[in-house]
Structure formats: C-alpha cells, structure tokens
Unconditional design. Structure first.
Length: 271
C-alpha cells in the first residue's frame, strides 16, 4: 500500500465512522422525471464526511441528473435531500444559500473568458461569501500555486489548455472559503471534454483533494480512476442504484449480473 492510499484509507475510515452521526449528504426516495420519462426512480444514498463516492453507469443512467438535484439546479418530484442534516429539498429553502455550501464542477469548465484566472477563482468567494478581496486572492494564489498554475494567475482562459482550465474550475469550486473547502464537492464527468493527454493532470488534482479528506461525489467514466481513488462506487442503470459497494469489492467481486456486464464493457484490462 502506498502512503497516498494509506492516507486515503484513513480518511475513508473516518468518513465511515461519521455515518453514526449525520451523513454530509443523504438522499431518500429521490425521484425526477422529464415529462413521461422517469430519470431517477427513487434514489437512497448516504455520503459520509471525507468519503469519496464515484457514480458510474452508461450515458443516460441518471448520474448527472443526480448531481444536479443535489445542487438544487434540478428540482425533484419526490423524496428528501439532506445536507449535513438540513432538509434542502424543502421548497421553502434558500437555494442560493445551499449552493454556497457546495462546490460543483461540470464537464465543461465554464470559466468567464473576460476574467483572469485569479478573478475567475475569487469571484464566488467575494460575491457570494463576502470574503475580502485580499483574503480571496491570497487563498486563490495558494491553491493555484499548489497545482502548478500560480504563474498563470493573471492570464486569461484562452491562454490555458483544456486540462489547465478544468483544474482552474476545480480550484474555483474549493476556493470559496478562507480556510476550508466546501462541505461537499460534486464533480460531473470532469474529464469527458478533455483530450486524452490532458486527463491525467485533472485526475491527479482530484486524487490530491481526496487524500486531503474532501468529501466528493463524482460522476465518472474513468473506471480505473474510480477503482483507485473512490471509497465507494455506486452503479446506476436506468435511474436506479443497482449496486453500492466499497470500491475494492465493486471491481473485484460485483454482486449483480448487470454490474458485471457493465464492467466487462467499460473497465480497461489491468496491466
């Protein structure tokens, strides 16, 4: 076992212990339909503090919709979503306040082209969290420096590669507070829009966040990465959770025939 994986296992153990208190994220009976098409068919899911949960499944299985419902960018038709014990699916909830507690990164970076990297990273911290500009910039420069992008802080997005832009987007999602990451980080297929040679640098940043104990739910088609980084893997098919298991069990001894068929199609051979 590597030092990195040992630290990650420790974080996972801490996360498992925290289930006895309150999960960071809890979904019960969550359903979402687009007209007559039911996309989420009653999702039950808990995510503990410091846990990394990978959502896997074919396109159209409901992974992205699930993340958007958690972030309240998609309404749910039934069920309950709780963030650190708070019912955030209550129609009376202030959705902006909930989103301020969550970081989310989509497959397309969505950086503002007219703003520098530094201004992109600090925008939410300053406008939503009311962080003083100097503190926001100091936090942003520290984070950008930690991933080797400190010298590009004053550059504009069109000077960055796709991998660099996606790393900036992830930093933007976690730079909202002076001293701590968001309560929950949602990653929606953050490598799917990248050229293959750029994928590794984004995955390495996600791995480092996981090793630091960030609570992450990520939809991904990178099976090898999910196997190496996630504490748990949740397989969705047609809006249902078919299997939810620790990563090592999910990939080495899946229980369900549909899971085994999926892995045969999508998991690259080892070695």
């Amino acid at each position: 076992m590597t030092a990195s994986s040992g630290a990650h296992d420790a974080a996972g153990a801490a996360g498992a212990a925290s289930v006895d208190r309150a999960p960071v994220l809890s979904l019960r009976g969550v359903r979402r339909a687009y007209g007559d098409r039911l996309v989420l068919r009653g999702i039950d899911l808990d995510v503990a503090a410091h846990e990394v949960v990978a959502l896997v499944g074919a396109s159209g299985s409901g992974k992205s919709t699930l993340l958007r419902t958690v972030n309240l960018t998609e309404p749910i038709d039934d069920g309950v979503i709780r963030l650190a014990g708070d019912d955030v699916s209550d129609p009376r909830v202030d959705a902006d306040r909930v989103r301020a507690r969550i970081g989310i990164v989509f497959q397309h970076y969505n950086l503002f082209p007219h703003l520098s990297v530094l201004d992109n990273v600090t925008l939410a911290a300053r406008l939503v969290h009311r962080m003083p500009r100097a503190a926001a910039q100091a936090r942003a420069l520290e984070l950008l420096g930690s991933i080797g992008l400190g010298d590009l802080a004053r550059a504009y997005p069109d000077r960055l590669s796709g991998g660099q832009q996606q790393r900036v987007a992830i930093v933007r999602a976690i730079a909202t507070r002076c001293c701590c990451p968001p309560e929950l980080l949602l990653l929606d297929e953050v490598t799917s829009a990248l050229d293959p040679e750029l994928v590794g640098e984004v995955l390495e940043l996600v791995r480092s966040l996981a090793d630091r104990g960030t609570t992450i739910v990520m939809a991904t088609h990178e099976m090898a990465f999910a196997r190496d980084v996630a504490d748990r893997v949740v397989f969705l098919d047609d809006g249902l959770i078919i299997e939810d298991a620790p990563a090592h069990e999910f990939f080495s001894a899946p229980r369900e025939a549909r899971t085994r068929a999926f892995l045969t199609r999508f998991l690259p051979p080892e070695g």
